[in-house]
Design a binder for this molecule. Structure first.
Ligand SMILES: Cc1cc2nc3c(=O)[nH]c(=O)nc-3n(C[C@H](O)[C@H](O)[C@H](O)COP(=O)(O)OP(=O)(O)OC[C@H]3O[C@@H](n4cnc5c(N)ncnc54)[C@H](O)[C@@H]3O)c2cc1C
Length: 425
């Protein structure tokens, strides 16, 4: 390996890079990979493992099966190894529990303990002039050298403008919800504002109402109501591998058109079981003469002030223009996650790549140029070591890349194939 600490350094060890570890082991066992993960231990969506919540993809679209159905890292093999296959098959639910799938992800990750450094946050990546490969800067100041880097840090939370200047631990993103429940429990009768109209907003509103029976929950959503996720099998083909090629080659206008048509297969919508549970709960509380959960539809948060005794939200009804004030003890932002944007947007590249951003090529619409193999392409005349984006390429590769399990196994194989080629001396 010469001066390099690894052939591949993977940043983050969530599903995207776990799938890469599996692909490398099965397809290119000679490639030496090291993964750096900021968490202290493996896990998946630990802040949202709510009781009864389920996954949103077919369980066979796991870390490996669509690429290699014979792999020992499949969800079915996990159930078999845990001695629960028949119990699982006997369950009368369409999708596995989120807790079960998180356990599967953790089980798969544990096979690679010798390649993963946990509690090891990465601060950035640079490409020193005149040298091959990349330098990975750890948050503790140490550096590692790699011949290639695969970034899979997941998507950062999308924080609406009204909340961006606020640094207050009573306001948090829903992906960390369970980390805050003990603190909420210390305030019996707390008023919890849940901002958003997606699956996560409905799940948190329901969970908070049940977990804290004396609390009040106000769910503020911009739209008229909750929208059902688009589960049409025709539109479901957006998660086929062929769609990635089709989308990748499409013009910017066609990409926008496809995004518009297919948006509700993944965004701003919730599964029917969650909608039914939420809607029934609202109906039941009316029967009981209870007002624990309040829905504020067609409403924007137009101002936020952190006060000693709570968070004051200014709410503006979008169609009648009426402005009201809501005092909350906690605010949960169920406002989604950020994808890559053009250079004027909030996430042109993951901030970990600030050190190389100047060498990254731009598309005519000013997005970062990414190859079909997920490798970042250099600007004209610039040099860039092999750096791949694993799980962040929705704007170039389509909705199958929208932070979803659907194509994680095939994407990992495409990256592994490409990495194996760039490593050839
Ligand atoms: C509540 C919730 C439920 C979901 N359910 C589903 C579902 O049922 N089906 C589905 O297909 N998708 C689901 N998703 C989408 C989900 O994001 C993906 O399934 C999957 O987690 C994406 O994997 P990833 O590895 O790309 O990112 P992540 O899972 O976010 O993993 C990224 C990892 O990188 C680490 N990391 C980040 N920054 C650094 C750094 N600087 N240094 C070191 N490590 C770092 C993080 O700690 C994390 O472990 C859900 C998302 C949410 C929020």
């Amino acid at each position: 390996m010469g001066d390099f600490d690894a052939d591949v350094i993977g940043i983050g060890f969530g599903p995207s890079n776990i799938a890469l570890a599996v692909a490398l082991e099965e397809l290119y066992p000679d490639v030496r990979a090291v993964f750096l993960e900021s968490r202290a231990a493996p896990g998946w969506q630990s802040g949202m493992l709510l009781s009864g919540s389920d996954i949103q993809h077919h369980p066979v679209r796991d870390l490996v099966s669509p690429r290699n159905p014979q792999s020992r890292y499949s969800f079915l093999n996990f159930l078999h190894v845990e001695g629960r296959l028949f119990d699982f098959l006997n369950l009368n639910i369409p999708f596995p529990l989120r807790k079960d799938y998180a356990r599967y992800v953790t089980w798969a990750a544990r096979h690679f303990d010798d390649q993963v450094r946990y509690a090891c946050p990465v601060a950035g990546v640079s490409a020193p002039d005149g040298e091959r490969g990349a330098t990975v800067h750890l948050a503790d100041g140490r550096e590692l050298r790699a011949r290639s880097v695969v970034l899979a840090p997941g998507r950062p939370p999308l924080v609406p403008p009204a909340f961006q200047a606020l640094a207050d631990d009573r306001v948090f993103h829903y992906v960390r919800y369970l980390e805050h429940v003990e603190r909420i429990a210390e305030r019996p009768g707390a008023h919890i504002a849940v901002i958003g109209g997606s699956q996560g907003a409905a799940e948190v509103s329901l969970d908070a109402a049940q977990r804290f029976p004396r609390s009040r929950v106000t769910n503020v959503l911009r739209g008229f109501g909750y929208r059902q996720k688009d589960l049409s099998p025709f539109n479901g083909e957006v998660f086929f591998p062929e769609f990635v090629d089709y989308y990748y080659d499409a013009s910017p206008e066609s990409k926008r058109d496809l995004d518009r048509q297919l948006r509700y297969t993944n965004y701003s919508a919730a599964d029917m079981d969650v909608l039914t549970a939420y809607h029934t709960r609202l109906y039941e509380q009316r029967l009981d003469g209870d007002h624990q959960i309040q829905l504020r539809r067609n409403t924007d948060v137009t101002g936020v002030t952190a006060r000693e005794d709570g968070i004051a939200l200014e709410l503006t009804e979008r169609h009648v223009g009426e402005t009201t004030r809501l005092d909350a003890d906690f605010v949960v932002l169920a406002t989604g996650l950020l994808d890559l944007t053009d250079e004027d947007g909030p996430q042109f590249l993951p901030s970990l790549l600030d050190g190389v951003a100047g060498s990254v090529g731009r598309t005519p619409t000013r997005y970062a140029r990414v190859g079909r193999d997920y490798r970042l392409l250099p600007a004209a005349g610039a040099e860039l070591p092999p750096i791949y984006l694993n799980g962040l390429c929705e704007t170039s590769h389509g909705l199958g890349d929208a932070g979803s399990f659907s194509l994680v196994s095939l994407r990992a194989a495409a990256i592994a194939d490409s990495v194996s080629k760039v490593l050839v001396p």
